[in-house]
Design a protein around this ligand. Structure first.
Ligand code: VGL
Ligand code: ZN
Length: 205
């Protein structure tokens, strides 16, 4: 290979170094498996690929952080309580567990634990006042980290909002489409989410 062309290691999709963090968003049973409460079509297909990515990130000395959607039994996030979603990722249930084939080497940030709404790994919203509250995600990222690679589920919700927050916080952000899948509640949501991320400055590859 010529000197000035770099390639991702070990079959990985993105490039990693010590100033990059890989954010693995919500690769949980309820999203990633057909029997899950909020199955994201094709979600299981990304699991082995994300695990390869984790290995490449680790080998390069990059930080890896995971998020987990983690809801109480009753929350205005759920349709039964006035929201839009079927019950999913209730804390301490099978559906909230990370997929068994996901390689986990790094801290896990849980969001929504007190019934907060919102999709970003960086912030949640108070369910009543709507006020944003930071999660501990940014505090887990060393100040040297400049670049985020955001992967996981789902591309039109938590991945997108995490990527957009990453840009707002000043990071260079990349979302490889091979490593996410979309809910597509409405047809066209995937394309709109990709466009929204690109318009905000996210590199969608
Ligand atoms: C998500 C819908 C509801 C996600 C979480 O992880 O993208 N989507 N809760
Ligand atoms: Zn949720």
């Amino acid at each position: 290979m010529s000197d000035h062309i770099s390639a991702a290691a070990d079959g990985a999709v993105a490039l990693y170094d010590r100033t990059t963090a890989l954010l693995v968003v919500d690769v949980q049973n309820d999203f990633a498996l057909p029997e899950g409460g909020l199955y994201v079509s094709g979600g299981e297909q990304i699991v082995p690929l994300v695990s390869i990515e984790v290995g490449a990130a680790q080998n390069a000395g990059a930080t890896v952080v995971y998020t987990q959607d983690w809801h109480p039994h009753d929350t205005p996030h759920f349709e039964k309580d006035g929201g839009v979603w079927p019950v999913h990722c209730v804390g301490d249930t099978w559906g909230a567990e990370l997929h068994r084939d996901l390689v986990v080497h790094g801290p896990v940030v849980r969001k929504g634990t007190s019934g907060e709404d919102g999709y970003s790994g960086f912030s949640v919203r108070d369910p009543l006042s709507g006020a944003p509250v930071a999660t501990q995600l940014q505090s887990l990222l060393d100040p040297d980290i400049r670049r985020l690679v955001v992967v996981g589920l789902a591309g039109d919700y938590c991945v997108k909002e995490t990527a957009l927050d990453g840009v707002r916080l000043g990071y260079s952000v990349e979302v490889p489409l091979a490593l996410t899948r979309f809910v597509e509640l409405e047809p066209g949501d995937r394309d709109r989410a990709v466009q929204e991320m690109r318009d905000a400055g996210v590199t969608v590859t």
